[in-house]
Ligand binder design. Structure first.
Ligand code: ADP
Length: 584
């Protein structure tokens, strides 16, 4: 059992007070009893001596022995004491009280014999019958040096004992009352001393529960008051630091959760101590609470594990760029040792370079594609000029044919440069769009009118149907007709004679979706996702004219209108191109 501080202070004091007051009571009662008894004894001896001196003349003469009885009677009546005057021969000359002197038994008592031998003595005896106690004095009666008798004084102590009992009771009561008062005082004092500590304890408990605003009130200037003040100051400082820390933590959490880079802290055992949402997304972490799990279990990439290990063992920053098998992400990982405690922690930062990497690839592809596309007409032009120089100029028919061929190549070059410029202007947002509400039927009819002739020449049937209740779309008329014509142009190009091309439009939610459907050669499923890329041409169609930029330009134009463009196709059966435009 653990006693509270209050009782730990109170109980020893109470025990001490009780022990001291008990000792004082015992001491006082014994002391008073002794003094009392001594007084009674000296009074009795004095009385016995006075009687001895008064009766001495009568005992020596022997004639007036009977006078001694009247003296004894007189003394007895005044002092309430019993007397016996015993002569050396054992006879009684005077007596007060009812006691019958037994010569056989009493005369040989040592005290009587000692008194008859001239020696005074006293004794306290207790009656076996009624347990009363008595003080007895044995006083010799002297005549010169000779003993002429003795006084046997018997005084009942009952009255004195009664008084002593009363006195002891009084001492006990007084001491008890004093002890009680002292105990109450100690309790009150300990309570008064402990109370500020209790307030302090409560305030500490509030602090432990995270509430730093409540303070312990104590205006005393003693040590506990000072402790209280120091505690309140400390609570204030902790509160300020705590709120600062909370703000910092909130900021850090916001930064970490909004960062696009993946962040991870891994301890010396390879256990993840922190991971941000970007990292969870990047590595497709399935565990709901990844903190506390081993790094290998979370990222499942030996390259990252090796990177962490290298950084951990060397204590130096390490970096690595690699392609993650999941999602084919291109990631730059930087592992830096952290100097914060506990030691051995490593900060891993993962930057997703996929977009940059793709852009770089696109740029490289673009350059190689442009060169490739330019090389063919340029090589052809070079061959023609060489042929002309080597004598074909002299043959006017051949020269005319070669010139026509040159014109075609130059037109192709000019078209490609034109389309490239157009694409770059659209991509960089430099083409201003004159968006206006326009009826989808108008776009379809305009495209039809432009391409109808070409389709007819190619032996293809071009048709359209437009529902009458279609809403207006918000679009740049010329640009959208350009897209439509591009798509129709491709459809005509990749549909064999006798084929069908149909156009239609329908409303889907807040968009109008246009559709150009042909019965042409179709597009390979592998090529389908790539046809909107720059310079992309499906191999089979590569032989034909075309730069591979048409669909790319169309996609950029549609996206600039906040729409989308997509295609569905089946090889040998035909393709369907869709694009959507927002309703105005
Ligand atoms: P191009 O100028 O070569 O037509 P595009 O960007 O317009 O370039 O088209 C890219 C490629 O997509 C074409 O080379 C062709 O292989 C394929 N393609 C486009 N439209 C169709 C279609 N309607 N049918 C079959 N293939 C098509």
């Amino acid at each position: 059992m653990r006693l509270s501080l209050r009782w730990r202070i109170t109980i020893p004091f109470v025990l001490l007070i009780l022990f001291t007051s008990g000792l004082i009571s015992i001491f006082l009662s014994q002391y008073f009893e002794q003094i009392y008894l001594e007084n009674v004894r000296s009074e009795a001896v004095h009385l016995a001596r006075v009687l001895a001196s008064q009766s001495a003349p009568f005992l020596s003469t022997g004639s007036n022995v009977h006078n001694t009885q009247s003296i004894v009677q007189l003394f007895s009546s005044f002092t309430n004491t019993s007397f016996l005057i015993v002569l050396p021969d054992g006879s009684i000359t005077a007596q007060s009280g009812a006691y019958l002197f037994n010569k056989e038994k009493d005369f040989h008592q040592p005290d009587i014999q000692q008194a008859l031998a001239g020696k005074e003595s006293t004794r306290i005896s207790r009656s076996p019958e009624n347990n009363d106690s008595y003080l007895e004095v044995f006083e010799p009666v002297m005549k010169g040096d000779a003993v002429t008798g003795m006084i046997w004084l018997v005084n009942s102590l009952n009255a004195y004992e009664g008084q002593m009992d009363y006195l002891q009771k009084m001492i006990l009561i007084m001491n008890g009352a004093a002890a009680l008062l002292a105990v109450l005082l100690v309790m009150a004092l300990s309570n008064y001393t402990i109370r500020p500590l209790r307030h302090l304890t409560r305030a500490a408990q509030w602090m432990a529960e995270g509430d730093f605003t409540k303070v312990s009130l104590n205006n005393q200037s003693d040590e506990i008051g000072q402790l209280n003040q120091a505690f309140n100051q400390m609570a204030g400082q902790i509160n300020a630091q705590f709120s600062e820390l909370t703000t910092e933590r909130v900021k850090l959490a916001a930064v970490l959760s909004n960062m696009t880079d993946g962040i991870m802290i891994v301890d010396y055992e390879g256990i993840t101590r922190l991971i941000n949402p970007a990292c969870i997304r990047m590595f497709k972490v399935a565990q709901t609470s990844p903190v506390g799990l081993p790094l290998v279990e979370l990222v499942r990439s030996h390259q990252i594990y090796d990177l962490w290990q290298q950084c951990h063992t060397s204590g130096e920053q390490k970096s690595l760029t690699f392609e993650l098998s999941i999602d084919r992400l291109f990631i730059n990982a930087i592992a830096s040792p952290l100097s914060i405690s506990p030691a051995g922690n490593v900060l891993l930062v993962f930057q997703d370079l996929t977009r940059l990497h793709r852009l770089e690839m696109v740029r490289r592809d673009f350059v190689s594609n442009v060169s490739h596309e330019l090389r063919t007409p340029l090589a052809s032009l070079k061959a023609i000029t060489e042929t002309l120089r080597e004598g074909a100029l002299d043959d006017p028919t051949a020269a005319k044919r070669f010139l026509l061929r040159m014109e075609i190549e130059i037109d192709a070059l000019a078209q490609m440069v034109q389309e490239l410029l157009e694409l770059s202007r659209i991509e960089s947002g430099k083409v201003p769009l004159d968006k206006q509400p326009i009826a989808p039927a108008m776009i379809i009819e305009a495209a039809y009118n432009r391409m109808q002739h070409q389709a007819e020449r190619a032996g293809i049937n071009l048709s359209y149907t437009v529902p009458e209740d279609l809403p207006l779309v918000n679009a740049d008329r010329a640009r959208i007709i350009q897209v439509m014509v591009n798509l129709l142009h491709n459809a005509v190009k990749f549909t064999p004679p006798g084929g069908e091309i149909s156009m239609t439009a329908e409303q889907k939610k807040k968009m109008v979706v246009f559709q150009i459907k042909d019965t042409g050669i179709g597009i390979d499923p592998e090529a389908l996702p790539r046809i909107f890329e720059r310079f992309y041409k499906v191999d089979r169609a590569r032989t034909g004219e075309g730069t591979g930029l048409g669909l790319s330009i169309s996609r950029h134009l549609i996206e600039a209108h906040n729409g989308t463009i997509w295609a569905e196709s089946e090889v040998g059966k035909g393709s369907t191109f869709h694009f959507s435009l927002p309703i105005s």
